[in-house]
Each structure stands twice: as structure tokens, then as C-alpha cells.
Design a protein around this ligand. Structure first.
Ligand code: HQG
Length: 192
């Protein structure tokens, strides 16, 4: 394939892009710089080796992504993922004060472990938290039957933990000790 044939599967291509830009740029033989940026031309050439891909498709994916996962630099010669990395990159985010409460959705089967050791970042650079409880539930449902934790982020901040907010609005911190977690038991009300 030369990148011009076949039908475009936007969802799968976007997932592949996430994988490249967050975890494994070497699958298409490219490198990210220390800030997580990939060269747009290199990315296009690399992805087009195995599937229909070109600049228009890339721009469409970036523009329509429901979580705004990708960001171009100013002159659109470089692109990066706004969060979710396992590769250690410097997203040049400043530590800022979080809302008093943030949310984390996860799988019910992780509950016992989380209750013991708190939230760990696992393979990613940060634990990801949401300001939106429903969004947290959806994140949890990716892993199976979901459970949602209420994170006392304001208290954590006052106790010296650092928080960052990604370009697409995801809150991030290195870890959440169990003492700052409460289980969300109330059913969702309209508008929450
Ligand atoms: C869990 C998506 C056992 C943690 C989302 C999570 C997010 C523990 C899983 C972003 C644990 C890791 C990240 C402990 C944490 N014991 N399990 N002590 N501490 N865990 O996918 O937060 O759609 O790496 O609860 O929207 O689910 O890809 O993290 O369930 O922002 O753009 O270990 O990915 O964004 O799973 O998701 P993940 P996550 P995208």
C-alpha cells in the first residue's frame, strides 16, 4: 500500500497514532524529541507504510478526536499526544492547584489492591484523574465492571502533592495514597 489506497478506518488509525505517540514510536521507525514531539512528515510516511494515511487524514483525526488527544505545534510541523505517555517526555506543564475533588474510574477487580496501595501510575507517567465524574466512569468501564473513586485532590495539594492539567484537560499526579480516596457509592444524578 502506498498510503493512497483503501478505505480509512479513522478510529483504528487514531488508536495506532496514540500507540505511536504515547508508547512506541519505533514501531514505525521514528523518534520523539524530549518534549514528546514527532515530526509530522515522518509520522505520515511511517503510518502510510501499512495503511491508508496522509496529511488530510491526520488533520481530520486531530480535529475530530472526541478527547482532543493530539496537538500540533504552531507551524504544524510537529505533533504530540497531550497525555497518556509511558515514554518519559517533558510536556512542559506547570504544577497548578487542582479542584477540591477529582474522580478516577477503574475496574471493580482492582478495588482491593487500590484500597491497599492507593492509585499507582502503572506504565504511564502519571495517574490520570478527571474533573467529570461521568467521564471517570467511562474511563473505568474500559477495564470492565467499573468503580469510581473520589479523590481528595485539594487536600493532597495542600499536603504538597503536585498536580498537572494536560492540554486536553486531563488532571495528572504521580500517585494517590489510599488515605485520599473515597469510594463513590451514590448513583449518578442528572447533570453530574
Ligand atoms: C489501575 C484514557 C491495581 C487504574 C483515559 C487503571 C485516561 C491499579 C489501571 C487514560 C492501582 C491502569 C488513562 C493499584 C491504579 N492496583 N490497579 N494500586 N492503581 N490501578 O489505562 O486511568 O482514551 O493505564 O485504576 O481517558 O484507566 O487513552 O489508566 O484502571 O485519561 O486517551 O490501573 O487513558 O485516555 O490503566 O486511563 P490505564 P486509566 P485515552
Amino acid at each position: 500500500m502506498n498510503g493512497q489506497e483503501g478505505k480509512v478506518d479513522y478510529k483504528r488509525t487514531s488508536k495506532f497514532m496514540s500507540y505511536i505517540l504515547r508508547h512506541k514510536p519505533d514501531v514505525i521507525g521514528i523518534e520523539l524529541d524530549r518534549y514528546g514531539w514527532a515530526d509530522v512528515e515522518e509520522l505520515i510516511r511511517g503510518i502510510a507504510k501499512t495503511r491508508m494515511f496522509n496529511r488530510d487524514i491526520l488533520e481530520e483525526i486531530v480535529r475530530t478526536d472526541e478527547k482532543q488527544r493530539y496537538a500540533f505545534n504552531e507551524d504544524k510541523t510537529r505533533i504530540r499526544a497531550s497525555q497518556g505517555h509511558s515514554i518519559p517526555v517533558d510536556l512542559q506543564l506547570e504544577a497548578i492547584e487542582p479542584p477540591e475533588i477529582l474522580w478516577h474510574g477503574t475496574a471493580k477487580r482492582f478495588e482491593a489492591s487500590i484500597d491497599q496501595t492507593g492509585l499507582n501510575r502503572g506504565v504511564r507517567m502519571y495517574v490520570h484523574l478527571s474533573s467529570d465524574r461521568q467521564m471517570a466512569r467511562r474511563v473505568g468501564e474500559r477495564h470492565g465492571k467499573a468503580i469510581v473513586y473520589r479523590v481528595k485532590s485539594g487536600k493532597m495539594y495542600r499536603d504538597g502533592f503536585r498536580f498537572y492539567r494536560s492540554a486536553n484537560g486531563v488532571w495528572m499526579t504521580l500517585m494517590v495514597p489510599a488515605a485520599y480516596l473515597e469510594k463513590e457509592t451514590e448513583p449518578l444524578k442528572d447533570g453530574e
